[in-house]
Design a protein around this ligand. Sequence first.
Ligand SMILES: C[S@@+](CC[C@H](N)C(=O)[O-])C[C@H]1O[C@@H](n2cnc3c(N)ncnc32)[C@H](O)[C@@H]1O
Length: 250
Amino acid sequence: MNDPVRVWHRLAGACVLLDGFHALKHAVRFGAEVPVAVSADRSAALALADELAPDVRDTLDALLSEVPRETYASLVPRPHPTAVAALAVRPSREVNLRTLAHAPRSAPVVVLDQPRNLGNAGAVIRLAAGFGATGVVTTGTLDPWHPTVVRGGAGLHFATAVERLDVDELPRGPLFALDPEGEDIRGVKLPDDAVLAFGSERSGLSAALRARTDHLVALPMRPQVSSYNLATSVAMTLYHWSATGGAPAP
Ligand SMILES: C[S@@+](CC[C@H](N)C(=O)[O-])C[C@H]1O[C@@H](n2cnc3c(N)ncnc32)[C@H](O)[C@@H]1O
């Protein structure tokens, strides 16, 4: 059998770190390829699987190798309370582009236009996964597969197509951009093939994104409040889509 620590060192640069039991559980559930998974306490990890994830328990049993606690700690930036870590193969850009371009689309694509905050991006990917969105596209320089984003996404990058694109490469579909100056979203039905765009934390929607916008829509807000947090805005918008006929994927 391959030494898991050797495999880890060979693959770490090219793979995505799944930090903790829950990230591994989600990634496995949504079909990630996991070449190596380690735990400093394998029986505790499997007990968690029995309790929280019986659907993937056998897969985790086959994947997890026990390593000494110091070895585990040397493989991760910061030990996780569950003492579980794994590496997953990042889906190829081609596969993600195919998913994003597939028509007809049964759930929106979320676009974060030049986001800055890695934690916001992770939270949005988790939301998109929860609502069964087709994908999350970022424009600008933030890498949506940055380890901090993956940590914030709780392993759910594998449940939705996550890619960085230029504004002129965005998937087709009616572009609804969210902005406090837009039309009240409560009177708007968001179609399943909508592209839902959100501006950056600092400066809102870019001119390039605005130029492509079909509909500018606003979330209800008291006049004295300037704006909501980015991830919160995505949550409200996806909820509005689901509550007005769209449905999270089963
Ligand atoms: C923190 S806000 C950006 C604030 C920024 N200072 C600005 O000038 O717009 C981040 C993004 O969340 C969305 N957003 C926040 N509050 C909103 C609201 N009331 N209606 C629609 N979108 C909103 C917009 O897409 C916005 O660009």
